[in-house]
Design a protein around this ligand. Structure first.
Ligand code: ADP
Length: 158
């Protein structure tokens, strides 16, 4: 059976937590599309082209993983790509309330089911926003993001 899944997010930037979810989902499904949200909040660190380039670079060894930009409704993206299953990572109870609401809405408006993967304990505290905050103050992010991402963050002028 061929089952495709979509993994949506801002990925501003991609962290080891995201990569862990990507690897785990990619090893269980035939095809995984990482859907990178174009409009990632008010002040994204990287524009969507850079976020996608980094995602492609760090997932290049996974042959069933594709990366695409997405804007608008996730259910429309799923329909356009002929996918009916979304994968999300759940870190803590704080993620749960919003994710539950989104999952129920996506099933209601588009018949899209959401599958939650619990964060690996070593990454359960990791978020893009925290990593950006560390980088902004000159901290070391090498434990949290892959080398090409850490290089790009260091190269950023603030
Ligand atoms: P964030 O800024 O929270 O990292 P994203 O929108 O890029 O936000 O996250 C996309 C998806 O990845 C969400 O389902 C989020 O819960 C999940 N995710 C983010 N970080 C992790 C992590 N460390 N472990 C597991 N899942 C994660």
């Amino acid at each position: 059976m061929t089952v495709s899944v979509v993994y949506p997010g801002s990925f501003d930037p991609v962290t080891y937590g995201h990569i862990d979810v990507i690897q785990r989902a990619a090893s269980r499904f035939s095809r995984l599309i990482v859907a990178c949200l174009q409009n990632a909040g008010k002040d994204p660190m990287f524009d969507v082209e850079e976020r996608i380039a980094l995602l492609e670079e760090v997932t290049g060894d996974l042959r069933n993983v594709e990366v695409a930009a997405f804007d608008g409704l996730l259910v429309d993206f799923c329909r356009e790509h002929d996918v009916r299953l979304v994968v999300k990572g759940l870190r803590a109870v704080s993620d749960f309330e919003y994710e539950l609401q989104m999952a129920q809405m996506n099933r209601s408006i588009g018949g899209v089911e959401t599958l939650f993967l619990t964060a690996s304990p070593i990454y359960s505290f990791l978020s893009s926003s925290l990593v950006k905050e560390i980088a902004r103050f000159g901290g070391d992010v090498t434990d949290f993001v892959p080398p090409p991402v850490a290089d790009r963050m260091r190269a950023r002028r603030w």
